[in-house]
Design a protein around this ligand. Sequence first.
Ligand SMILES: *Cc1c(COP(=O)(O)O)cnc(C)c1O
Length: 343
Amino acid sequence: MSEPAFGRFFLPGPTDVHPEVLAAMQRPMIGHRSGAMEQLLAGIAPGLARLFRTSGSVLVGTASATGFMELAVRNGVRRRALSLVNGAFSERFARIVGACGKECIRLDVPLGCAIEADMLRDALRRTPVDAVTLVHSETSTGVLQDVEALAAAAREFDDVLLLVDAVTSLAGSPVEPDRWGLDFTFTGSQKALALPPGLALGVASERMRARAKTLPARGQTNTPAISLFYALQVQLARIEREGGVEARWARHDAMRRRVEEWSAARDVAYVPREGRRSWTVSCLKVPEGKTAQDVVAPLKQQGWTIGAGYGALKDSTIRIGHMGDHTVDGLEELLGLIQRSLS
Ligand SMILES: *Cc1c(COP(=O)(O)O)cnc(C)c1O
């Protein structure tokens, strides 16, 4: 059986990879310490810095994004972190703090909610910590937090580093590590960047770099996933051709708005409230009497993939991952098919 063409795989990660990007991975190997590798890395550095909106250098590791959660904790938390928890991925970040032998204080809000700046400020007043962990776009609930406001609140306190999982926001909606003052901002290759899984990418602030030098047990890696670097090189060029990361944000914003219009017209409810909805993943409640599988399974038969809910929301919600290289036109077709299985 032939695989469905590009544009029908709307899982909220891994997402669909464009054929041009897949093809890049067929290039022959080069030595990972060779001049060719150095050239490849030097060639992608400017595009990566533009993507991360940073004057710093972007670290690319052969790891899943969870690997960079651990890197963030090992290099950014001295003794004790405050973890903002509003879903499965922020929960994972909190657990990694503990697993790395550091103390984790949690600030939990119900699924579907965001942590607001005043809540963070109150928590930091009550509990002195040296770092905060949070997830920008919580892929399990579709909540987008106001990281700019959270970062401003954290900055009111001395020596508190902000460690930000931007896995489903970066490259799909505005993320401004330098301008917002984030200390470590990371993503994985298989989400809004629309590469195959296997790379984690992040940028550290000066404060984070300085602190990391003082911490023990920071971890290490060796031979990188060379083929994925080829794919990254091609994808960065495609992003530039689209008009840069801003054009990419605009396309994701249009997809998010389209789902909002569509769901409003049909009384399909969102999990997050308006203004706190991810631009890359829409988490919608399935109507009473239906389960997520009633929607997901018929789509699958027609060659289309979306996500069921995650964790506690597994049966009661669906998640459309409109991220990466997806388009409003493709999404439109998908919404038509979803409509049929809802009615
Ligand atoms: C997918 C995801 C992760 C984990 O990524 P892996 O590459 O599977 O480790 C972490 N955070 C968020 C918000 C995600 O969506």
